[in-house]
Write a protein that binds this ligand. Sequence first.
Ligand code: 5GP
Ligand code: 5GP
Ligand code: 5GP
Length: 208
Amino acid sequence: VICAAQDFDFFYFVQQWPGSYCDTKQSCCYPTTGKPPADFGIHGLWPNYKDGSYPSNCDSSNSYDQSKISDLISRMQKDWATLACPSNSGSNFWSHEWDKHGTCSESVLDQHSYFKTALNLKSQIDLLQILQSAGINPDDGFYSLSSIQKAIRNAIGFTPGIQCNVDESGNNQLYQIYICVDNSGSNLIQCPVLPNGKCASTVEFPSF
Ligand code: 5GP
Ligand code: 5GP
Ligand code: 5GP
């Protein structure tokens, strides 16, 4: 039996709250397709090692080719919206994510499967609905970090990683949520290692 070398151990599936990307000192730009929905958006699906390190830019001969995912673009515009400046359709973000992260899982997911897997995870895990069902709303209020973690753990069965950033007034706020997925991309798992989240014990959930 020949065993292929282990490329990576698991994926982080990372979603961002647009309100927290945009209300920072750096600000943001809406995509050319218009203001994204007031919902979590995909940041990326990132191959990772159990020790917390990760591979990147694994195959320059397999660079982003949007013609391979033309059937997914309308879903990407809604669920994987770019907020970086200058405004663009999203291709800059998607190509960055494929080239940096996607090429490191190409042994299990080709380009089309990679983007489709992320979109399907997003449909499967409705973070905004999970939080709102627990009374945690994007209403510029402050919530305990533990209540956010607990709401997600109760809904998906695993503890998420939570990452915060800082708004223009210096408030610590909910920015990104990390959920772990096995290295086939099909099953949620408990994270082998949680990202360093820089959250205070109470965090703002800003409107968008
Ligand atoms: P930041 O420094 O803003 O947290 O992350 C910058 C970039 O580094 C991210 O967009 C992502 O591409 C990569 N990155 C940061 N932390 C991790 C991690 O824990 N795992 C992986 N796979 N990539 C990461
Ligand atoms: P990472 O390297 O951390 O996976 O991805 C971050 C890179 O993607 C940055 O270079 C950033 O400019 C670009 N980018 C484009 N749109 C977005 C967005 O909506 N959110 C984030 N976090 N990064 C974006
Ligand atoms: P990158 O250098 O990879 O584009 O981005 C580095 C970090 O800055 C990332 O964590 C990304 O989220 C953030 N960033 C990049 N561009 C923007 C921007 O236009 N607005 C905001 N708010 N953050 C950005």
